[in-house]
Design a protein around this ligand. Structure first.
Ligand SMILES: Cc1cc2nc3c(=O)[nH]c(=O)nc-3n(C[C@H](O)[C@H](O)[C@H](O)COP(=O)(O)OP(=O)(O)OC[C@H]3O[C@@H](n4cnc5c(N)ncnc54)[C@H](O)[C@@H]3O)c2cc1C
Ligand SMILES: [Co+2]
Ligand SMILES: [K+]
Ligand SMILES: [Mg+2]
Length: 504
């Protein structure tokens, strides 16, 4: 993202003395070969330090591009933070660019030469590794302190006037910045934040945001962020102010004006403390959302999973995961149980049997989920039985498959919590923790915990097979006064017997 400018206004004087601009330097970013994660890291950090980032710019490895941006930024912002372009090769021009901007020369800095000698074992100025020692004449060095290892960092940060030169390699940049963050901290930078989630298009609430900005904008910074692929909200409003009272007043205004589309109890990170959140439901700590019957069922589901993890080793267990709603809830339960019993899930295996023509939305969701839960996905293509046969031969270690099957699924009414596969199928123990859940209970669990789920369930699909045999559910269809057809969301289906009406 090149040239992102914050459209903020209204900060107290003290905060105004803490502004920053970030310059990301590198051809590879402008060519799309590397994704810039450094500015995301820096903006988040600086925000929490009470420093207002006013602009982010991405420039190529060109001397003039760098020096022009340094000139512009250094006169406008208190801190100019650069990332990249300080390596040993010809295309690393950050120090040259800064020298040019300030009309200075490069010279080999004696202290950096010393550091190089320690690091690289040489202080030979002709060695390409020593290129990093050539800095503008007015350069000062900052030595950071790593709070985690409780050690001073060996490599200094080079500062030229108000320009702070960070390395481009993300883990080095992050380490270096963290060790120096007190240098950037705004002592008066207390800021109060609130977030509001809305189930309404940004256009239909723009007038309310504008009105709020007129009323409160001088004291409260408002941000409006539309989100196109979230199951729970369409717009996220952020409020930020140095004064708690101002923030509260603005908040009260929004809550009144936007009550028709407020999303309440949205959990933006359901995976954080997932175990506590899930087990607390059984303790009926959040009982108002779930009835006693469901709490009992959930408690039983967790017991089945605990028994499964007691009976099999982690590398003998696979979760059948096809991106559907059932295994979405299931995976979260499995995750909660593993965290509770083991503390981490780095080794959880999932099996995805890729059948027919899968929906791209489903596969996109699978990809995102794999990343989010940090699971290991084994993908096997083909008809289920054939796929399981070949999976067994390649990965003979797996003995149990945890599945999201429910009693109301076809041919499933005879299943037990633990059912070995049938005669003629490869040998697995099928584990069915949510066998007794109803369609409604499943959605209530997913939605109340704010679990992300496949987007097709928000556009009329209530049961997902592959593209050739799955359609939106006719029971969810609605027709407006002009005769346009659209579909309600899957979780609104009231007659559960129609769950599979879109399947053939
Ligand atoms: C591991 C395994 C063992 C099976 N053993 C038998 C058996 O012994 N006898 C028999 O008759 N049938 C067996 N089947 C087939 C099963 O009964 C269903 O026919 C099949 O799951 C498709 O069901 P569905 O589309 O109706 O339900 P879905 O609701 O799609 O599936 C129910 C659950 O099964 C798992 N699952 C389904 N499809 C996939 C997939 N493509 N990739 C990964 N996981 C998936 C998920 O956990 C899902 O939540 C087995 C399937 C699997 C995945
Ligand atoms: Co089926
Ligand atoms: K399904
Ligand atoms: Mg199902």
């Amino acid at each position: 993202m090149a040239n992102v400018e914050n459209s903020s206004n209204g900060f107290s004087k003290s905060t105004n003395q803490f502004t920053a601009g970030i310059i990301v330097i590198g051809d590879e970013i402008l060519k799309g070969q590397t994704m810039d994660t450094n500015s995301a890291f820096l903006t988040k950090k600086l925000f929490h330090l009470g420093v207002k980032v006013k602009k982010i710019s991405v420039v190529p490895d060109e001397l003039n591009a760098i020096s022009d941006e340094i000139t512009a930024f250094s006169s406008k912002f208190n801190f100019v933070i650069t990332s990249g372009g300080i390596g040993p090769t010809h295309d690393d021009l950050t120090f040259e660019g800064i020298a040019k901007a300030f009309d200075e020369k490069l010279y080999p800095h004696p202290e950096i030469i010393n550091v190089c000698k320690k690091f690289f074992g040489t202080d030979d100025l002709k060695n390409p590794k020593l290129k990093i020692a050539y800095v503008p004449e007015s350069a000062k060095l900052l030595f950071g302190y790593d709070k985690i290892s409780q050690k001073d960092l060996q490599f200094p940060l080079v500062v030229i006037k108000n320009v702070y030169v960070f390395p481009g390699v993300p883990h080095l940049m992050e380490k270096s910045f963290q060790a120096l963050e007190d240098h950037f901290r705004n002592p008066d930078g207390k800021s109060f934040n609130s977030t509001i989630y809305l189930d309404e298009n940004e256009y239909s609430i723009t007038h309310i945001i504008n009105e709020a900005n007129q009323k409160f904008g001088s004291n409260v910074a408002l941000g409006s962020y539309p989100k196109f692929h979230n199951n729970y909200y369409k717009v996220c409003l952020t409020l930020e102010s140095p004064s708690k009272d101002d923030l509260d007043n603005c908040m009260t205004f929004f809550l009144k004006k936007l009550q028709h589309c407020l999303v309440t109890d949205y959990d933006r990170d359901p995976i954080l403390n997932a175990s506590d959140k899930v087990y607390n439901i059984c303790q009926r700590i959040v009982s108002h959302k779930f009835d006693a019957e469901f709490c009992e069922k959930l408690s039983n589901s967790l017991k089945i999973l605990e028994k499964c993890f007691n009976s099999y080793k982690l590398d003998e267990i696979c979760v059948g995961f096809n991106g559907g709603k059932d295994c979405t809830a299931l995976l979260h339960l499995v995750y909660a149980v593993i965290i509770k019993t083991r503390g981490d899930v780095s080794e959880l295996n999932c099996l995805y049997i890729r059948r027919g023509q899968p929906f791209p939305e489903v596969e996109h969701f699978i990809k995102k989920t794999v990343k989010k839960y940090n699971i290991k996905l084994h993908t096997v293509t083909g008809r289920i039985k054939d796929a399981l046969i070949s999976f067994k031969s390649v990965k003979p270690n797996f003995k149990a498959v945890i599945m999201g099957t429910r009693l109301t699924d076809p041919h499933s009414s005879h299943l037990q919590d633990f059912s070995p596969t049938d005669e003629g199928w490869p040998e697995y123990m099928r584990v069915h923790p949510i066998l007794h859940w109803t369609y409604g209970e499943l959605w209530s669990f997913i939605r109340n915990l704010s679990l992300p789920y496949c987007s097709l369930y928000d556009v009329g699909y209530s049961s997902l097979g592959s593209m050739e045999n799955t359609h939106p559910n006719p029971s969810l269809q609605r027709t407006d006064s002009k005769g346009n057809i659209s579909y309600n969301k899957a979780y609104t289906l009231t007659d559960f017997t129609f769950e599979r009406s879109g399947r053939n």
